[in-house]
Structure formats: C-alpha cells, structure tokens
Design a protein around this ligand. Structure first.
Ligand SMILES: Cc1cc2nc3c(=O)[nH]c(=O)nc-3n(C[C@H](O)[C@H](O)[C@H](O)COP(=O)(O)OP(=O)(O)OC[C@H]3O[C@@H](n4cnc5c(N)ncnc54)[C@H](O)[C@@H]3O)c2cc1C
Length: 404
C-alpha cells in the first residue's frame, strides 16, 4: 500500500480480514500513523481534541495487522514492468500487488508563502493553524468557501475570532451543492457573524517581516489580518507516478473495478473511476466514506486479480457506491447522499428553519441525490433509497414527514 491513511489502512485491514497472510508493507510519506482528517477542521482546530484522539482505530495497535510500516518514506517512482516501487529512503520494493492510496494535497496560492498563511490537509497543517488560533489573532481570513473553508470559518467563529470568508464564485460550495443550498450556507455564516464576501477573487497579499499583514482583493479592497487559511481545493498526489505508464488525468484513471494496471489498484481521493450508478463518467470522490469503501473494495479486487480461483477472480461486481458526505458547521450537520443537481425539491422541513431534506433529480427526473440539514435519520434513509434505486415519487413519499 502506498499512502498510510484512510483508504490505505482500510485496504490493509480488508486484506487481512479476507485471509491474506502474505507480506504487507505500508509506505507513507507523513511521519504519523494513520489519523482521521475530518476532526482537523472541527474538534481538533476547536481545541477540544488532542492528537492522540485522531489516530485511526485500526492503527491503534500498529502491530495488529502484521504490517511493515515505512512511515516518513515517500514512493518516488513505479516500474510496472518490473513490479518495483522506488522509495525516498532505502532500496526499491518489489511487489506482487500494489494499492495506491496517496490521496490529495491542498492547493496553494502561488506567491503567498508567508508566515500566517495556512492550508489544512495534514495533522502538521492543523497543529500550525491551531497554534495561530491559540495566539488570539484580531482577524482570520478564509480564502475559499468550500467545505474546508466553511468549516474553518465556523470553528474560528466558535473560538470567538473575527472572520472574513472570501469566495470567487457567487455562492459558497458551488462545486458541491445546488445554488440555493449554497446560498443557505452563506446565510448560516452571516448569521454567525462571518463577513462573507462572494464573487470576488484575491489579487495578492502583503507582508511585514515575512508575516502576512493584508489580503488584497480584486475589487480594490484590502483586509488587514495576521492569519489566512487557503481552502481552494486539492490536487491528487500523482506526481511520483509521472512516466510510470499509469493514466494520470485528475487522479489515477481506473476501470469500473478500480484496476489501474495489471496488479495495481487505486482507492480514495486519488482514484478516478466510472461509477455506473451515475452515468459512468470517470470522477474522483473526495469523501471520507468513499475512502473506506473504496479501500476495502480495491483490496478485494486485488485479491481477485492475484487469485487462481476462477470464482474469486470473476465474482466481483463493479464499484458503484452511493457517494456520502457530511459537514459540521456551527450546530448544523449537513449530509449529502448521491449527487446534487439544480432540480431540487424540499420534501421535509424548510430551509428557513434550517432543518430540512431536499431531493435532487437528474434531467430525466430520476432521483439521484438528497441533502439533509440537521435531519440525520432521513439522511441515512435517503442513502438507502438511492442504493435501492428508488423512484422520485417513492423518495418524496418516504422522506416526507409522517402524517400527524
Ligand atoms: C480538514 C479536513 C476535513 C475533512 N472533513 C470531511 C468531512 O467532514 N466529511 C467527509 O466525508 N470527508 C471529509 N474530509 C475528506 C476525507 O478526509 C478524505 O476524503 C480522506 O482522508 C481521503 O482518504 P485517502 O486515504 O484517500 O487520502 P488521504 O487521507 O489524503 O491520505 C493519503 C496519504 O498518502 C500520503 N502520500 C501522498 N503521496 C505519497 C507518496 N508518494 N508516498 C507515500 N505516501 C504518500 C499522504 O501524505 C497521505 O498521508 C476532510 C478532509 C480534510 C483535510
């Protein structure tokens, strides 16, 4: 396994659970045992959780899975023909099967490498950002109103910090939600005291003594600040695979069974594959739940590939999960199952009371997704309905409030 995080660890666990008793090596460029990222922008940044609590359960006892851990070691190259992995430390590693789960890295703003300017992807990032929050800055600027930016803004407000959130698009979360839900996110942040600036880009930053002092905006305005968080998306970690022969195109391109090349599977944020459940155009999914499911699936796929047992080799259905995401902002739990579209209808509660369920239909009127705000029970139900291929009418009826 390359990538010692959620998908890689889940793959290792699945290999052992499914009876693989051969040698397993986990190569990870971070120095830490696998930890959970979602709390980094929530409980950890809030100061409520410490590092020990972040460790993924399957790595609580590092010896439990009988792995050789190569932490603090990056994979630097792959020779598919020779089945060999080049490493930043020590000799190359041969393999019979390879699981690539190298995830993604935070996108940065070029020319803004200043003290006080942060991204948030790793534990080390979170430790550095939390230390700056602990210093009680006068003002925090969050650039980008995606899920990470929005969660950081919420946590900063909960810590009593003044926050400005800047987004170049006209609504927050425009890439991941429908427009009116994005507007509801903007309202939520405004109601909690965030200065939300939409439709304006960042033109640059100023500094003194190497530390950021101002963020300049394209509308000519400037914001004075000593802490900036850049949350403008991620780039899949595939640079080390250049020239390997794998198809690299916004991630590692895989077939519908997560196979990227003979004896090589990919999983998690780095994998791009066609999910036939939703039309089959290859896409990447940057979600916690997907990393778990795909990590497990990829391990089984690899075992099937390596197996001489014909049943095992052919029995595996394509990987067709219902995507599932949650985000915690203030006292709101926002859960998305499936995929959002602009054809949406609220079927339970109301947006005004910020407790609702909305369903999404595709161009053909098929039920393809649901969004739940502070409606966790219906969120689970919606996911189940999507998995069953329920019709729009069925989803509407089942997710609506029970008659009094
Ligand atoms: C702050 C934050 C909050 C989040 N909140 C949510 C949430 O609320 N809900 C949700 O659904 N999802 C959330 N996510 C997303 C979720 O955490 C990711 O989808 C998940 O971590 C993906 O797991 P992964 O194993 O595919 O990749 P990653 O977790 O990115 O792990 C990949 C690992 O591979 C390592 N690596 C990269 N290149 C190499 C190399 N060449 N050699 C060796 N190792 C390498 C990386 O350093 C990293 O350790 C959040 C993410 C972040 C950062």
């Amino acid at each position: 396994m390359v990538g010692a995080s959620l998908a890689g660890l889940q793959a290792a666990q699945t290999l052992r659970r499914d009876g693989f008793d051969g040698e397993l090596t986990m190569v990870g460029d971070e120095p830490h045992y696998p930890y959970d990222r979602p709390p980094l922008s929530k409980h950890f940044l809030a100061g409520a959780w410490e590092e020990e609590k972040l460790r993924l359960r399957a790595a609580a006892d590092p010896d439990a899975l009988g792995l050789t851990w190569r932490l603090g070691t990056a994979a630097t190259g792959l020779d598919l023909e020779a089945k060999r992995l080049e490493l930043s430390e020590g000799p190359a590693l041969g393999y019979d099967g390879l699981i690539i789960a190298t995830g993604a890295a935070a996108r940065t703003l070029p020319g803004c490498e200043l003290a006080g300017v942060h991204v948030l992807r790793t534990l080390d990032d979170a430790v550095a950002l939390r230390a700056d929050f602990d210093g009680g800055p006068d003002h925090v600027v969050v650039i980008g109103a995606g899920f990470i930016g929005a969660e950081v803004a919420a946590t900063a407000r909960e810590r009593g910090l003044a926050v400005t959130m800047i987004e170049a698009a006209s609504v927050p979360l425009g890439r991941v939600l429908d427009r009116s839900s994005g507007e509801a996110i903007a309202d939520l942040h405004r109601a909690n005291g965030v200065d939300v600036r939409l439709g304006v880009g960042v033109s640059g930053m100023r500094s003194a003594g190497g530390r950021v002092t101002h963020v300049d905006l394209e509308d000519g305005s400037a914001i004075q600040t000593s802490v900036v968080v850049v949350g403008i998306g991620v780039v899949p970690n595939v640079g080390w695979l250049e020239g390997s022969g794998l198809t690299l195109d916004d991630g590692i391109l895989c077939d519908e069974t997560c196979l990227a090349a003979p004896s090589v599977v990919a999983a998690g944020d780095v994998a791009r594959w066609p999910n036939a459940r939703f039309g089959g155009a290859p896409s990447r999914v940057e979600q916690w739940d997907n990393a778990i499911e795909q990590g497990a699936y990829a391990a089984r796929r690899l075992l099937a590939w390596l197996s001489t047992d014909p049943d095992l080799a052919t029995d595996l259905a394509p990987f067709q999960p219902v995507p599932w995401f949650w985000s915690d902002q203030y006292d709101k739990k926002i859960q998305l199952a499936g995929i959002p579209t602009e054809t949406a209808a609220v079927v339970h509660g109301s947006v005004q009371e910020q407790r609702f369920v909305k369903i999404y239909l595709d161009d053909a009127g098929l039920f393809v997704g649901a969004l739940a705000w502070n409606r966790p029970r219906q969120a689970i139900q919606a996911r189940q309905l999507l998995a069953e291929g329920a019709s729009a009418e069925d989803a509407r009826a089942k997710l609506a409030p029970a008659p009094a």
